[in-house]
Design a protein around this ligand. Structure first.
Ligand code: M6R
Length: 357
């Protein structure tokens, strides 16, 4: 039930700090250490390459998951859109492990890949919010998101839950493989949950940004580099699916290779700056679009901020920034849709789970 909330989407955005805490708890053993099923860690360890398969927002979580697994566990990862993989399978490694990410566990495109790889005799792990869902039943292993039912068509708390579970999977696998991880993930996820609380409390500021940037525009761009690029494409998807504003996410460095031609006087450009290594270069990209008339909105992380920034998110570990930086985009999309009188929870032409290929 959505209780006093006007929409499920807003309720589900608000639930993210509690979901984060629930996940930390669910994946801790009785000594307070992160733990997952031994068979899963073993399968991860034996894989020479991991293939993440997903659609939509779950695919965007997979892009972040690749970074987490490669950086912590040091296993190469490829991320594929399910509907592409099924018709155009890449050359596979000798010992692949497949990870399916799906909130509903019912996405037909992902299931088609699962059926195909099971026929080839490969092992599969499904990360899903729905215990007993098709993708969960048909895979060898399952990890649950513990996000609680997600009703709004636009996925919010499932995205952050997927990234948190992928971080835990990467971390536990890293330890299993004796890879050094120089931070305590339980502690860092606790910091994330606290930061999330502050962010879901920033609704007025997000509503104001939505009003200022998105009330009348026909299009909007999201730019970022590294982790911020992946969050940018998720922010663009959120905005387009519920507000019907044409939105695209781009890697900051790609702008000059074509997209910058679309920038006109007043075009909203949302830029994320949460990564120290690319802070200067993304700010350079913002200058390039601003010089061509764009209306930039920089959202940065504490410690990397500058005077021109519109909003500063609390500091979290640099590998975990998507868990927090996505929240302003979720809220901005929500308010943009609201201001434009769109049906936030049930956008046109869309279903919550896409059970046809
Ligand atoms: O249930 P799934 O995670 O497999 O669904 C995948 C996509 O259909 C889903 O993420 C979709 O893109 C959402 N509407 C995005 O908000």
């Amino acid at each position: 039930e959505k209780g006093t909330y006007p929409h499920y989407m807003l309720k589900e955005i608000d639930e993210q700090p509690a979901v984060m805490r629930k996940i930390i708890q669910a994946y801790q053993d009785d000594k307070g250490k992160l733990a997952i099923d031994y068979n899963i860690t073993e399968a991860m360890n034996q894989a020479d390459r991991i293939y993440i398969i997903a659609a939509g927002t779950s695919y965007h979580a997979g892009l972040v998951g690749k970074q987490l697994i490669e950086k912590m566990a040091k296993i190469p990862v490829e991320v594929h859109i399910a509907s592409e993989f099924v018709y155009n399978m890449p050359l596979l490694s000798e010992n692949p492990l497949f990870i399916f990410i799906s909130q509903s566990g019912e996405t037909a495109d992902s299931r088609a890949v699962l059926v195909a790889v099971k026929e080839l005799g490969y092992k599969a792990l499904t990360i899903t919010n729905v215990a007993g869902s098709t993708l969960s039943r048909e895979a060898d292993y399952t990890l649950l998101l513990h996000a609680g039912p997600e009703i709004a068509v636009a996925s919010t708390k499932a995205y952050t839950a997927q990234i948190a579970v992928l971080a835990i999977l990467a971390n536990v696998t890293a330890k299993f493989r004796n890879q050094e991880v120089e931070f305590d993930l339980v502690q860092e996820l606790g910091i994330v949950a606290t930061a999330m609380e502050a962010l879901v409390d920033s609704k007025e500021q997000m509503e104001e940004i939505a009003r200022e940037y998105l009330s009348v525009t026909r299009n909007a761009f999201f730019i970022g580099r590294a982790m911020d690029y992946f969050v940018g494409i998720e922010g663009a998807l959120k905005l387009k699916e519920i507000s019907y504003i044409q939105a695209e996410g781009f890697a900051g460095g790609e702008l000059k290779h074509g997209t910058i031609a679309l920038i006109e006087e007043g075009t909203p450009v949302f830029a994320l700056a949460t990564q120290e290594s690319v802070n200067l270069s993304i700010r350079g990209n913002v200058k390039e679009v601003a010089a061509r008339g764009a209306h930039p909105c920089i959202i940065s992380m504490k410690g990397l901020q500058s005077e021109e920034d519109r909003f500063v998110i609390p500091e979290v570990h640099e590998l975990l920034t998507p868990l927090v930086s996505v929240i302003p985009f979720q809220l901005i999309a929500y308010y943009a849709a609201l201001h434009r009188d769109c049906d936030v929870d049930k956008p046109r032409n869309l279903a919550k789970s896409v059970t046809v290929e």
